[in-house]
Design a protein around this ligand. Structure first.
Ligand SMILES: [Zn+2]
Length: 241
């Protein structure tokens, strides 16, 4: 199976599993795309200010908005394709994707940044639906999970951990996850995908024990007639006695 986290530093992080073993990882970095989007947004903003009218009403900007939307759509489709190809290559029959949280409050944010945030959120939704459609085509099931605390809980002990930047200490992309309770430290971008797997295992325990139960049940039905006979024999004995 493959778990996918539409995360903080990356547009998507996928981990392929065989049982409890990680057999592959995929990082889809979004920085280049975000840069392009920000450039497009500031071009729109600039024209909007120059014309003194709301951006959507301006004809030349309308074309820019359309081009920006198309670029988002294309990128989302491309990312979904990479996720599904990754899952297929690793023999996954199921993709578990985190569902989307509510968008963070965009208060006290400039116009461009607010637009950028809105669009990146919208794009995650598009990645989700493209992935679902493409996976279906490949015969892979896509399951959506609640992401509550997925990227904040320690994969080792489940305590509330923190992300930080090893290089700068505070600023910049926070790529390292640290657990204050047990001291686990690791790649923060992988935490979401690992925890998704753990959540999945809790709802769907490993197949091993399940197969054992199935086998035991099967044996029960096989031995059932014998038991009925035994019961009959006991009853018969009781009657006789
Ligand atoms: Zn821990």
């Amino acid at each position: 199976m493959t778990t996918v986290d539409l995360g903080e530093n990356n547009l998507a992080v996928a981990v392929a599993w065989r049982g409890r073993k990680v057999i592959g990882t995929l990082f889809v970095r979004g920085r280049a795309h975000e840069g392009r989007r920000l450039r497009r947004l500031s071009a729109i903003r600039w024209r909007q200010m120059a014309s003194g009218k709301p951006a959507r009403g301006v004809r030349s900007n309308r074309r820019r908005w359309a081009r920006l939307a198309q670029a988002e759509e294309d990128a989302a489709r491309q990312i979904a394709r990479r996720i599904v190809r990754f899952a297929k290559t690793h023999g996954s029959r199921v993709i578990v994707l985190e569902a989307l949280n509510r968008m963070p409050q965009a208060q006290r944010m400039g116009w461009t940044r607010r637009q950028n945030l809105r669009r990146s959120w919208w794009m995650r939704g598009r990645i989700l639906s493209f992935t679902r459609a493409m996976a279906l085509w490949e015969g892979i099931l896509v399951v959506r999970r609640d992401p509550a605390f997925t990227s904040k809980a320690c994969p080792h002990c489940g305590a509330y951990g923190e992300r930080f930047s090893r290089r700068t200490g505070g600023r910049g992309p926070r790529h390292t996850f640290r657990c204050p309770a047990c001291g686990w430290e690791g790649n923060a971008d992988l935490v979401g995908a690992i925890n998704l797997k753990k959540k999945w295992d809790r709802t769907f325990p490993p197949l091993g024990p399940l197969m054992a139960v199935a086998k035991a049940t099967k044996n029960d039905t096989k031995t059932a007639p014998a038991r009925v006979e035994d019961k009959g024999a006991v009853e018969g004995a009781a009657n006789a006695g």
